[in-house]
Design a protein around this ligand. Structure first.
Ligand SMILES: Nc1ncnc2c1ncn2[C@@H]1O[C@H](COP(=O)(O)OP(=O)(O)O)[C@@H](O)[C@H]1O
Ligand SMILES: [Mg+2]
Length: 245
């Protein structure tokens, strides 16, 4: 996998061409093409098992057993649905985990402040709520100052209200940081709320690409929002019309 060291600044943040990944002779990604612009927020939808996490893990550099071209920024970070915090390390140490050099606690605290968790820096992971743990996981991604932030269903395990707050937080972080984001989600509304562009994956390729031409902050009760949501749900095979009984 190549990184962006020799690429001009006008290059996309992510360039994927002819990407194929097979498991046991079955191609889960099958000649897939996708580009993500620098600073662009892209949401990736698709039915369970269609290969979303497979693509994300490849972009994160966690899976190199591939065919095709994958160009990604050197600085990238990933957050998963499970926060994956080490229970024997305090929150701030978890945030710094795996960073090169010997970064100071203040570095972690700045990232924790950014996600509204500065006051929990010295806490043990098991004392955090689900939403707090997920924010700690986001802080761990942010501290890497990524040009590409990869999020794999990060809000999937949160209750509805916590989820709304976490979505708002990710939207704010993205606007402040200006990094490219790839958000894997199964929530069509979340995709339309946050993304510049929504991709639907099916049959190992990007089967639909939808630009979200809505101003921010977005009004989820507006007619265009409903139109976009309906179009995406239909592509995912979910009917939005209820028949009269
Ligand atoms: N390490 C692996 N070994 C074998 N099969 C895998 C592996 N990782 C993923 N798969 C298969 O690839 C397909 C896509 O998985 P995944 O990318 O996790 O889907 P999604 O994230 O869209 O739900 C599934 O059929 C899954 O069983
Ligand atoms: Mg997945």
């Amino acid at each position: 996998m190549a990184t962006d060291v020799h690429r001009p600044v006008t290059a996309p943040a992510v360039h994927v061409a002819g990407l194929t990944r097979s498991f046991d002779g079955r191609a889960v990604l099958d000649d897939l093409h996708v580009d993500i612009r620098q600073g662009e927020f892209v949401a990736l939808l698709g039915r369970s098992g269609c290969g979303k996490s497979t693509l994300l893990r490849i972009l994160a550099g966690l899976d190199r057993d591939i065919e095709g071209t994958v160009l990604v920024p050197r600085r990238r970070a990933v957050a998963f649905q499970a926060p994956r915090l080490m229970p024997w390390k305090r929150v701030w140490r978890n945030v710094l985990l795996g960073l090169p050099g010997k970064p100071e606690r203040a570095v972690a605290e700045r990232a924790l402040d950014e996600v509204g968790l500065g006051h929990r820096a010295a806490a043990w992971p098991k004392t955090l709520s689900g939403g707090e743990a997920q924010r700690a996981s986001l802080a761990r991604a942010l501290v890497r100052e990524p040009d590409l932030l990869l999020l794999d269903e990060p809000f999937g395990a949160l209750d509805a209200l916590t989820r709304i707050n976490a979505q708002r937080l990710v939207g704010e972080l993205w606007q402040r940081r200006g990094c490219a984001v790839l958000l894997v989600t199964h929530d069509v509304e979340e995709a339309v709320l946050l993304a510049d562009r929504v991709l639907v994956m099916d049959g190992g390729v990007i089967a639909l690409e939808q630009r979200i031409d809505l101003d921010r902050p977005r009004d989820i009760t507006g007619p265009r929002f409903a139109e976009l949501r309906a179009k995406l749900l239909e592509r995912l095979g979910v009917s939005t019309t209820t028949e009269a009984s």
